[in-house]
Design a binder for this molecule. Sequence first.
Ligand code: BES
Ligand code: ZN
Ligand code: ZN
Length: 480
Amino acid sequence: MFSLKLETSAFDALKADVAIVFIVDKDLSVALDPHLLQTHNYEGEGVFWDQKNQALYVGVAKSDTHLFREAAFNAVRALKKCVKSAKIGLYTAKHSVHKHALEETMEAIFTGLQFGMYEFETYKEKKSKVHLQEIIVALGGEQHLKALQKALDKSKIVVEHVNLARDLVNTPPNVASAPYVAKKAKDLAEKNGLECFIHGEEYLKEKGMNAYLAVNAASANPPRLVHLVYKPKNAKKKIVLVGKGLTYDCGGLSIKTAEYMLTMKADKGGACAVLATINALAHLHAEAEVHAVLGLAENMISGNSYRPDDILISKEGKSIEVRNTDAEGRLVLADCLSFAQDLEPDLIVDFATLTGACVVGLGSYTSGIMGNNEALKTQFEESALKSGELVAKLPFNRHLRKLLDSKMADIANITPVRYGGAVTAGLFLNEFIREAYKDKWLHIDIAGPAYIEKDWDVNVAGASGAGVRMCVQFVLDILA
Ligand code: BES
Ligand code: ZN
Ligand code: ZN
């Protein structure tokens, strides 16, 4: 067990195996023994163990909240196998744009420290040996206790739920089928007092969700549409979160190459993110009625596969010409967005590992924000960046929309050109958004950061839980 806690004692008075000390902007003067650092040629980059003085120095290139989070993560990674306890003091980012720089920076540090403990070893016989049991934060007085306790409590809930999403996304596709994920959602709902409805094939047929059904047609596993509800008495807003939940995406008949198929267990990242988010918001007692809609399915190949050339009638009534079975996420989402609008919310946000094009455009670290409401996109962007996740707005335009025109049906599921693929996928979804909801909807493409090939920031290789931090922060900010 690991615990992170606050103490009002002064830093020097606290006992611990090691002191974590950040070296900001290469300022070595804060070290207990600056001379020792120089003799070891440590100039304030990366980590340095001062065994003699029981200190771990961690470089922070400049005084920035996000760099403190990452440094805290690196500190724990460096010491968790070596010591039992560590202590750390207060830090404030000088260039923070927000009023409460200390709280914001410390929340980031709390977050980084806790993420440093994450490992996914469920399927390994030999687990790594972790000795670290406790990190104590020395406050040096009562002054910040209340605010920082609040920040710590929040960070614990957020990290726990990001890790929940990570664990579920990391669970391999031979285990994590749609019914498996649905069962996890039900167990969590029971534990946290959420309502949970699980719909199967019959229901999807009844509701005319034929685009969704087509995607799952070749799978040996049945689809599951999971609908979770968190309904506090004091709800100020009604928000529906929708998640793409492809437990595996081999591409279908428009099959992926071996290289691109690998990691496609992470195509359920959107669904896992909204599942984690709604549970986190319940723990945080957010004053909003929140619904989570998980579109769980599997894109496989069999004699029952849906095909390029098929024409599907969506729940919205629009016909879709399938031109590529690998553009399946948008088909599942089209019907789920339809379901979401029937709930008559104030806001709909969908999360999806939707396009490789988004990764090409923004890189692996950044999610794309799309929608019709500029102000809402900007608001989401600000909350997301504050939360420590990277995002960028991608603009719709009418020329790209035209590329989705079909000669055979109301719309085609792909365009004839490769360029602008993230935006055209967003524009496809927009076709299923009713006039009344055009300004109330956001689409977040998390294809880049959902799955990590090589460690970066507070993420280790594997699922990152992308979407959870940004969405929790966004909901809290719109309620503030
Ligand atoms: N799940 C993929 C998108 C994806 C790619 C997610 C890389 C994560 C990492 C999606 O279903 C897909 O296959 N999209 C196609 C769309 C194309 C056929 C228009 C793509 O991006 O190539
Ligand atoms: Zn696909
Ligand atoms: Zn996919």
